[in-house]
Every structure is written in C-alpha cells, then in structure tokens.
Design a protein around this ligand. Structure first.
Ligand code: SF4
Length: 452
C-alpha cells in the first residue's frame, strides 16, 4: 500500500506533511512519488494568497479521474483550506474527497484508514526497529538517514490579529507544545540522521507564553542545545515585540543556535503598521535591529514586507524603501497585499492600490533588496565559512552557512551531513561558491570561522 503527499505553502505545512507521512508509515504504507500509484493521496493546502488557494483547488479537481479509476483510493485534503473549524463548503465542492483534516492533525485520516478492512494494521516492527517511544517522529522511509535538516513545529496557531492575516482563522489560537515532547521528537530525528532543526511557530518567540509559568524559547533552546549529534538549531518566525534580551543573549551563548533571525517588519510607515495592527512602530523596529546587532554582531537578518496594503500611499511606500535601505537586512521576503476572506482588512479596508501599482512597488523593493544583499554578500569574498552540507545539486554540493547563506562547491567525497569549511571564491546576491578548506567535521559545530 502506498501514499503520496502534495504540499504547498509554508514550512509549517512541510512539517505537517512529514508528520502525516510518519503516521502513514506507522500504518504500514510506503511513500511513492507517482501519484497514480498511490492508495492514499493527501493534499496539504495553503490559502495565504488567492493564487495558493486557486492552485490547491485546481489540484483537488484534477484528482477526480484518479478517484473514478480506483474508488477505494483514499483522498484527503488538509491544511489551511480546511481550517481548524472545518469547512462544510468543501464537502460539496469536492465530493470525490474522503477526509478533511485541519492543519497539523493527521488524526482524521488515520481513523478513516483504521476503520477500513483492507488497511494494514499498525506496523509494530517499525516501532521496535527504531525503539520508538510515543511522541517520537519516525521519518518516512525515503527520508530516514537521508534528511540533513528538518522542521519542528513548537507553537501551533496564532492569537494575534494582524488585520491582513488569515492564519488565526485557519490555524486556531496559539498552542505551545510541551518542551519534553519537542526534545523527544528532536532526539528521534537526530537518531535518523538529521543534523539541523528549524523550530517553527507563526510567532516562534512567543513559545510558552500561552502556558502560565510555561518555559520560554530560551529554555527550549538550552535543552535542545544539549542533544548529542544535533549540530545546528534555527527558529522562525519571530515577532518584533517578543525578541527579548534574554532570547538574544541565549542565541549568542549557545554554540548550536545559528546566527540568523527572521523578524518581519511588514511596512515602513507607522500609519500602515497601525492599520495592520502590528503593535510596533518603525522606530521600535529600528531599535530592535540595533539590539539584535548588539548581541549578535555576526548575525544575518531576514524581514518580510507587504506592498500595496489598503490605503498605502506613495509616502507610506517610500517609508518601506527607506527603512530597508537604512537597515540593510540580508533577506526581504516581499509580497503584494491580497485580501483574504475572513480577515479584518478584507472586511473593512478597500483594496485600493491597483494591481499594476502593487507590482511596481514589489519590483522596487526587490530591486533595492538585490542591491543590498549583493553588497552584504560581497563581504564574504575571500572569507572562510562553515557550511552544513545538505545535498548534491547539478553535480555540486549544496549547503548553508550558519547565517543561512546558500553555498555551492565541488568535491568528490561524500560530504552529505558534514560540516565543512569553505573559502568563498564568488558571492552573488542569492548564493556563493567556494572551495573546501581544511578539515571536514561532523561533531561539534564551530562558530562562524573567520568571516569578520
Ligand atoms: S503574527 Fe500576525 S501575521 Fe503573523 S501569523 Fe499571527 S496574525 Fe498572522
């Protein structure tokens, strides 16, 4: 019996799909990349923009013939299209789909399959083989001992109400996972070959805030830093209001936590930030970046901006360009505003920036960011960086620096999963190229080698 998972959207969906794969493997199913061969097909959907929703709808519709060919095939739809409350309209729209699952919850599919006669029962051998405890994550067979980096959700949902955002409606209120569960999961991932984990949350730096006297992200980082065999830890996405000195100090102190911070600004003018209900000002953000650079002088910083938010004038937009030019961050994820049904902005704020103007603003942001990152990356030329090697890509090894820069290099040895030092010979805006220098390590990570 085989399964196939189609995933679109954010890293949280990638992590959710992995967990669905894990549950299916425990039931004895095996992954297939060929959808027509699958007995179980899962579509993990995203609705953050209309284009993402259209893509998922189109794909769901395209599965009708596969269901007709093999009616006992199970098709499941999960993720933000379903949402935590379910969506009765979907049953009508997709009568060929058997199961609808909220984000991060494989339970309905597992129950559906266990209720069927033709389904393999729990694969006890798998549990014994890997000495699995409850809560351990067994990677799908094609990823076991083959995956160098993995995503680990630590906070589900979000209790903020940024006016443009559909996440709270679809992923529910903020729920932090227990520190012991996360640590057990990370240990099980490391036992299956994973060297780097990225901790995920819509507001990852609010980890534990929903639990009275709960642990905080620094506590979790300390626990994970002690896991033998784990080489690197990252976390995303942070909200500017929760980046405490304690957190930054902890990142600076713990050798496995990488110097890379993802903290969106979203807009560069206080009036737009207020309309978005982001609860900080441009000056607050400016001070935050100063603070981050004070504690972590070597860090890279990624931000997000939305252009064309309702009411965004040329002056407001210029504010966004100005703050990006001033703060010079390493990455800017940019997007055009897209009204989503069920959000405050879609209800009360007219989408009044014409599409062509949104596109012009997006292009200007991207152009500026390319200049900024070109300048930043040029400083890496001639330096030595530590790279965790992830995979081979078109004959070259591919990996990332601690600061999350993509690096390619050639080497005949099998270096997958190793930490190597690379002398940077060429640096462009989106990647770098270099040569291995010195020894290859797979034990304790080093701080950035000599890149100052
Ligand atoms: S913080 Fe705001 S933008 Fe981020 S997920 Fe929560 S509501 Fe959405």
């Amino acid at each position: 019996m085989k399964y196939h998972i189609w995933t679109t959207g954010c890293q949280m969906n990638v992590a959710d799909s992995q967990r669905v794969g894990s549950e299916l493997e425990k039931l004895g199913y095996r992954h297939t990349p060929a959808i027509a061969e699958a007995d179980v097909i899962v579509l993990n959907t995203c609705v953050v923009r209309q284009s993402a929703e259209d893509k998922a709808t189109g794909f769901a519709n395209s599965l009708k013939p596969l269901k007709q060919q093999k009616p006992d095939r199970t098709i499941a739809l999960m993720g933000c299209m379903v949402g935590v409350k379910g969506n009765p309209r979907l049953k009508k729209a997709f009568p060929h789909i058997d199961v609808f699952m909220p984000p991060s919850e494989p339970g309905p599919l597992v129950n559906h399959l266990l209720g069927r006669e033709s389904v393999p029962q729990e694969d006890a051998a798998l549990k014994t083989r890997y000495a699995l405890q409850d809560g351990d994550l067994i990677l799908p067979a094609h990823e076991r001992y083959n995956l160098v980096t993995a995503h680990v959700p630590i906070v589900y949902g979000c209790s903020h109400v940024c006016t443009y955002c559909i996440i709270p409606a679809r992923r529910g209120i903020e729920r932090s996972r227990a520190i012991g569960d996360i640590a057990a999961e990370v240990r099980s991932l490391v036992a299956q070959g994973v060297k780097e984990v990225t901790l995920l949350g819509q507001i990852v730096d609010r980890y534990g805030y929903d639990v009275s006297d709960g642990p905080r992200l620094p506590d979790l980082l300390r626990v994970l830093n002690d896991i033998d065999g784990l080489q690197r830890i990252r976390f995303l996405t942070s909200h500017p209001n929760y980046m405490t000195d304690d957190l930054l100090q902890t990142v600076a102190e713990l050798p496995k936590v990488c110097e890379h911070i993802e903290v969106p600004i979203q807009a560069g003018h206080d009036e737009i930030l207020a309309a978005m209900k982001r609860e900080y000002t441009v000056n607050d953000y400016r001070r935050l970046i100063d603070r981050i650079r004070h504690f972590l002088p070597e860090t890279s910083i990624a931000t997000d901006v939305i252009v064309g938010f309702p009411g965004e004038t040329e002056t407001h937009f210029q504010g966004t360009l100005d703050i990006l030019a001033e703060l010079k961050m390493d990455v800017c994820h940019s997007a055009m505003y897209s009204p989503r049904e069920g959000t405050v902005s879609a209800k009360v704020l007219p989408d009044d920036v014409p599409p062509a103007e949104k596109k012009r603003r997006l292009d200007l942001v991207n152009q500026l960011q390319e200049e900024i990152v070109t300048e930043i990356n040029e400083k890496y030329m001639g330096k030595t960086v530590e790279v965790l090697v992830e995979a081979k890509h078109r004959g070259k090894w591919k990996g990332r620096t601690r600061t999350n820069k993509l690096v390619f290099f050639e080497d005949d040895r099998n270096l997958k999963g190793k930490l190597v030092h690379i002398d940077v010979k060429w640096a462009g805006p989106w990647s770098m190229r270099g040569k291995v220098s010195g020894t290859v390590r797979d034990d304790i990570p080093l701080r950035i080698a000599s890149y100052e």
